[in-house]
Each structure stands twice: as C-alpha cells, then as structure tokens.
Unconditional design. Sequence first.
Length: 228
Amino acid sequence: MPESPLSPKLFRFLRELKKNNNRDWFAENKPRYENDVRGPAVELVTRLEKPLMKAAPMLCVVPKGHGGSVMRIYRDTRFGKDKTPYKTNVGISIRHQADKNIHAPGVYLHLEPGDCFIGAGSWRPASPQLAAFRNAIAQDSKAWIKARDQKAFRETFSLAGEKLKTSPRAFDKDHPMIEDLRRIDFIAIAPLAEKELCGPDAVAIIIDRIKKAKPMLSFLCDAIGVPY
C-alpha cells in the first residue's frame, strides 16, 4: 500500500497560517504551501480518480493545481466581515458529472486541523432542486427513510446543515416528515482523523466513506432525475 500523499506538514502549515493569516507571511511561505499542501492535495485527487470510477462512476475529480478539484486557498473577502485573505483549510470538490448543467449532489472533502470530514449531498441547493428533494420525500417517505436510516450510512454519517424555523409553504406543519421537509441543506457529514488521512489507507478510507454515502446520494439524484 503506497503512503498517503498527505503528511503532517500539510496540517502544520494550516495551523501556522491560522496564526499568520496575512499576505507577507504567505508570500514568504508560498514554497511550503506548494510543496506541503497544494501539491499533495492534487496528488490525492489523482489517486482517487481510478477507484472513483468503480465506486461512484457518476462522480468525477479533476487533478489540476488550478481550476481542478482542489479549491482555491484565496478567500473572497468582498462581502464578508472576515477580511483575512486565506482559507485555513483545504477543500476538495468531488462533483457529479451533471453538476455543470444542474445543481447535482456530490461529495466534499474538508482538510482542517482538528476538523477533517467528508460531506455528501447537496449544500444550499437551488430552489428547483430543493423543491424536488422535498417533493420526493413527501411522495415516497418510505424510500427516503430507508436511505436516511440505512445502517452502514448512519454508522458513518450524521445528517447536518440548516433547517427552516417554520414549515415550507407547500407542506402542512403537521406533515409526518416535516422535520426533513424543513431542511435547506441535504447533507451528511462523516468525520476523518488527520492520522487516517496521513496514513497508508487514506485513499481506501475516503472511497469507503463515499460508498457508504450511496443511499442518500442515490435518493437525491433520483429526485432531480440524474443517474447515480
């Protein structure tokens, strides 16, 4: 089993960046970022490419340093109160092939000191997709409950995200599925340890988590009419 492309150096850099989140420090340490963070993250994406074809053929990765699955470290500071220039995590987006045309469910890998996880599903879906998810739950609640409560999925993942404080307009507040119908994020989170990600089984662990997310991802994809 080959060693993980990720090493403790990646998390060390991110910890130091959190304490020194300014352009001068980053410019001075940019070679470390390239060698210890972005390069290894792109290599991880490269190693995920083939096993993903078997485990989840509708999900795809793009192993490039720019414009690929590894998200930019530069923050968009235009609209938020936080004006620090850099993200203190690495985000890897594993998108559905239909994502360019429709906001399709996918997988997100988050690398942050003390908070590593895999997210599966659809975060803040657009109105048409959100309505489709809710309608699918209302029309076939048994299928949703089966997907949501499937044993291997629930042993690994926890449902997360935000909900409406009130019921959606199209549904009665006494609907038996109202708790799930109030969701505005249809996501589930599986925690990961830094040690796992830096160990020889990193790729196998990530692929295993993605396999276990299949019940939820399949239900959501069916709801919007795309294959999974």
